[in-house]
Design a binder for this molecule. Structure first.
Ligand code: RIB
Length: 315
């Protein structure tokens, strides 16, 4: 099994469920509140780890109670956080999340310590990058830090999986160092500068491939996902489930994809596994509390079958 190194954010999620989202200036009553561990980096690391991957996670925490809780939590999970950075005078990352009756969310993140994960620190952990096989990144740490990780990973011939969440534009020299780009429709449009409704899904994916990425995985929510590279184009449908909370569905997908690829599986198995893991996640509340184990995903797959349709670009 190949070693996966996830470098990214860690947040404490403060989650309120609401009937519907408030408008500007409106005060509404929430239905329930709870606190859980989150952050796109941490969610992807925990997902890859629970789903059977050999995972190391590098993040930055403050010295506050949230940071101490996070450290305890990662240790209790059995996640390798041996190169985690702890800084003073800054709060650990937080996310305020509203989840409505349709299971949709809106999120305000306050990065805090996540913004202190600097390029200089990445140079200090170059050995960890060199010792891994696949590096998994998201966009909740400074952009310059993501670029530095990609440069070092490229120098050591490591695979990079980049999930461009939250959405932002990418420089050519960064995008050319990415092996697997995982994006949703909004993220694909932001990077490509094109609209799916104007040029079509496949053309937007082609725009990303033309910029030098090896493989694009476009997640399509309830419709599943689309993979395209120079060997394959395939549409993988989603499982039909009753959604409760979509928080961390994309993170669970990325962690699961990394875990299954690290075991040497091909795209079909890996995408099916990731689609099942994120389907389970959506049926549960919160980010990390909703990430399933490998056994849960294997059982889910044995009970739910679906055919992997070849992608029909006219759809
Ligand atoms: O992707 C979900 C995550 O986004 C939440 O856990 C929250 O912390 C934000 O980072």
């Amino acid at each position: 099994m190949c070693k996966i190194l996830v470098i990214g954010s860690s947040n404490t999620d403060l989650i309120a469920t609401v009937k519907s989202f408030p408008s500007a200036g409106e005060t509404i009553a929430g239905k329930s509140f709870f606190q859980a561990m989150g952050g796109k980096g941490a969610n992807q690391a925990v997902a890859a780890h629970r789903l059977g991957g050999d995972v190391q996670f590098i993040t930055c925490l403050g010295k506050d109670a949230n940071g101490q809780n996070a450290l305890k939590y990662y240790n209790a999970e059995g996640l390798d956080v041996s190169s985690l950075l702890i800084v003073g005078d800054v709060s650990s990352g937080t996310a305020m999340i509203l989840v409505d009756d349709n299971g949709e969310n809106c999120i305000v993140i306050t990065p805090g310590a996540n913004n202190m994960l600097s390029p200089a620190y990445i140079h200090k952990v170059e050995e960890d990058i060199a010792a891994s096989e696949m590096v998994v990144l998201q966009m909740e740490i400074p952009y310059e830090t993501v670029k530095t990780v990609c440069e070092i990973a490229h120098k050591h011939h490591k695979k990079v999986l980049l999930n461009v969440a939250p959405a932002r534009q990418l420089d050519d020299d960064l995008i050319q160092k990415i092996d697997i780009l995982v994006v949703n429709e909004t993220e694909a449009e932001t990077i490509s500068g094109e609209k799916i409704e104007v040029i079509g899904t496949e053309a937007v994916v082609d725009t990303l491939l033309a910029r030098g990425v090896n493989t694009v995985v476009l997640t399509l929510g309830k419709k599943g996902c689309l993979i395209k590279n120079n060997q394959t184009i395939k549409y993988v449908p989603a499982f039909v489930i009753e959604p409760l909370d979509s928080t961390a569905a994309g993170d669970t997908f990325c962690g699961a994809l990394a875990a299954e690829l690290s075991r040497g599986h091909g795209w079909d198995e890996a995408l099916n596994f990731a689609t099942a893991a994120s389907a389970i996640c959506v049926t549960r509340m919160g980010a990390q509390p909703s990430i399933p184990s490998e056994q849960e995903v294997r059982e889910f797959l044995s009970m739910h079958t679906k055919s992997n349709l070849e992608y029909d670009s006219n759809k």
